[in-house]
Design a protein around this ligand. Structure first.
Ligand code: DGI
Ligand code: FE
Ligand code: FE
Length: 190
């Protein structure tokens, strides 16, 4: 799918602010893909569609979880988690994107997982460091992204876990698996 068509489809789903964020993720995702030798087209499309379901009504998202047999424990965590897996389903259904690597990068963009593909890491990281993001620690993650994809993803997930703990929020098991998986991968490569 052509970039302009994809952007047109996603723009209708988002607020102006979230659309600007999406353009930032697209830019960062393309930059990371070029730097680390990933498929540019997949990095672009996954980024464009990553927050596709962000503004769907909670009830609709819950119904998708049930209809598509997504993990039911998603319903026991903040609604923030739902838009990523539900988004991958709706992007397939409504935008006709069937590429498994792209759909998986959308599915895991919020939590990551214990054995992340390169494309999953790129979209996860691009979502975190895109130019419009400003929160404590983001600059460090941007610097790390210049040097090492795994180290940058690890810093990002560490920041997220620390942030969630400070807010007394629950941590989804996949988020912990992401932390463990990246630690292992980094150790193996040393
Ligand atoms: O959709 P975005 O705002 O662009 O970014 P995102 O998809 O990474 O979502 C970030 C939100 O998800 C943020 O409010 C923290 C929340 N989150 C990420 N990991 C976890 C989580 N919330 C819970 N409860 N548990 C997690 O493990
Ligand atoms: Fe998101
Ligand atoms: Fe996002």
């Amino acid at each position: 799918m052509d970039r302009a068509i994809a952007l047109q489809l996603v723009k209708k789903q988002l607020t102006e602010h979230r659309y600007v964020h999406t353009l930032g993720v697209m830019e960062s995702s393309l930059r990371l893909a070029a730097q680390y030798g990933a498929d540019l087209k997949k990095a672009e499309l996954a980024a464009i569609f990553h927050d596709y379901a962000k503004f769907r009504p909670k009830e609709e998202m819950k119904q998708v979880v049930i209809d598509e047999s997504l993990p039911l424990d998603l319903l026991d965590f903040g609604n923030e988690l739902l838009h990523a897996p539900v988004g991958s389903i709706l992007v397939k259904r409504e935008a006709g994107i069937h590429d498994k690597e792209i759909l998986s990068a959308i599915y895991y963009h919020t939590t990551g997982n214990g054995r992340m593909s390169q494309l999953e890491k790129i979209v996860f990281l691009a979502d975190y460091i895109e130019p419009n993001r400003q929160f404590p620690g983001v600059e460090e993650v941007r610097d790390a992204a210049e040097r090492n994809l795994n180290e940058a993803c690890l810093l990002a997930v560490k920041n997220t876990v620390q942030f969630l703990m400070k807010q007394n929020q629950k941590i989804y098991p996949l988020t912990i698996e992401t932390y463990n998986g990246l630690q292992e991968e980094i150790r193996r490569k040393k």
